[in-house]
Design a protein around this ligand. Structure first.
Ligand code: XIL
Length: 346
């Protein structure tokens, strides 16, 4: 019998995994408007922590200096309070979806480092103070590492080196001492050099007393993801507990593309064979088994999917427009075999 995510009698991910970790999804404010829709009933039933997919990014909340647009973020925060959901703030500082005015001074020249740092302070303090006590975790900085290792050479970095990162964490802590402060990035599970850079950078931040509470593992995975490397890299990052025993890991943007890395746009759309679907299920089971192990070590308490269902996933449009099915919940909110298999781990 087909089961749907919103059915009264279907299992709910956030209830099944409640003893181990919160389970969440990235959503948009349009999903929160009407509590009688399938979107709303599914998100309310399945998840207990949420991230705004786009509407709290710098270009959305602060498109021009001194002009703030908090309407959608406010809506998200009231939704969280009303329905008793934990909320992630995504993201304060990022190189993408960030307006250029940050990097230009009053004369139209490239901003000096001190000028940029003042703006970081202003941006972070305004947002974090507004939601003091209401956001569980902030992705303070997003994707500040380079894919092949080392720091990302963004405009932030070109102007201020690593100072923008430290300032962002310090300002966030000052404005909400209770919020968990995270450095978030992708490919940490699949690139050893990138994971090593993360290790060294977070170690340095801890030793310099920069207030950082954890690492966000985006985990945009693929059927090709090497699970041994994934485990090794995550376990290496967990060794940072030597320097900060209460350090946490969060899985922040989980999905698993069906397209191999070698797939070319001209190859068209993939057809989901039984072999692909079985591999997908087996990989999700392996992954959740690992999450349970991490949770038992006190390392992981949050797993967030990047999207509510396959039809709403950004991967249908990235890197090319092609149908994708990267989540446990299918189009029309059908619960996939991988959903059941993961729940059966408990
Ligand atoms: C993506 C959104 O899902 C898309 O809708 C948007 O067009 C681009 O950004 N890493 C992140 C997320 O940290 O913010 C990105 O979200 C996906 C990759």
């Amino acid at each position: 019998m087909t089961q749907y995510a919103y059915d009264n009698n279907s299992p709910a991910l956030c209830r099944v995994f409640a003893p181990f970790f919160k389970v969440g999804a990235a959503i948009n404010t349009r999903n929160m408007i009407d509590s009688s829709t399938k979107d709303f009933m599914s998100l309310d039933k399945q998840f207990n922590i949420f991230t705004l997919e786009n509407e709290s990014k710098p270009e959305e909340i602060h498109p021009e200096e001194g002009r703030w647009y908090f309407d959608k973020f406010d809506k998200f925060v009231s939704f969280g309070k009303k329905y008793d959901k934990a909320l992630r703030g995504h993201t304060l500082i990022w190189h993408s979806q960030c307006p250029d005015w940050f990097f230009t001074d009053d004369k139209g020249d490239t901003a000096a480092s001190t000028f940029l740092i003042k703006r970081v302070h202003d941006h972070v303090s305004t947002a974090v103070s507004r939601y003091n006590g209401k956001i569980t975790t902030w992705d303070v900085v997003n994707e500040v590492l380079h894919d092949g290792g080392g720091m990302r050479k963004s405009k932030w970095y070109d102007i201020s080196g690593e100072d923008y990162i430290k300032e962002a964490f310090r300002s966030a802590r000052e404005c909400d001492p209770a919020a968990r402060l995270i450095i978030n990035d992708y490919n940490l599970e699949s690139s050893r050099p990138k994971a090593e850079t993360m290790y060294e950078f977070v170690k340095k931040m801890i030793l310099e007393n920069v207030p950082i509470d954890g690492i966000g593992l985006q985990m945009h995975l693929s059927l090709d993801t090497d699970m041994k490397l994934l485990r090794d890299n995550v376990l290496m990052l967990s060794e940072l507990r030597k320097y900060k025993p209460e350090l946490k890991l969060e899985v922040t943007e989980l999905d698993m593309t069906l397209y191999p890395y070698t797939w070319e746009p001209d190859d068209g759309e993939i057809s989901v064979t039984k072999e692909i679907s079985d591999k997908f299920t087996a990989k999700y089971v392996d992954l959740f088994q690992f999450y349970l192990e991490l949770s038992k070590e006190g390392l992981l308490d949050t797993v967030v999917f990047w999207g509510l269902n396959d039809g709403l996933s950004w991967l249908n449009g990235f890197p090319k427009r092609h149908r994708n099915e990267p989540l446990l919940i299918g189009r029309d909110y059908v619960l996939k075999p991988a959903f059941d298999a993961v729940c059966e781990l408990i």
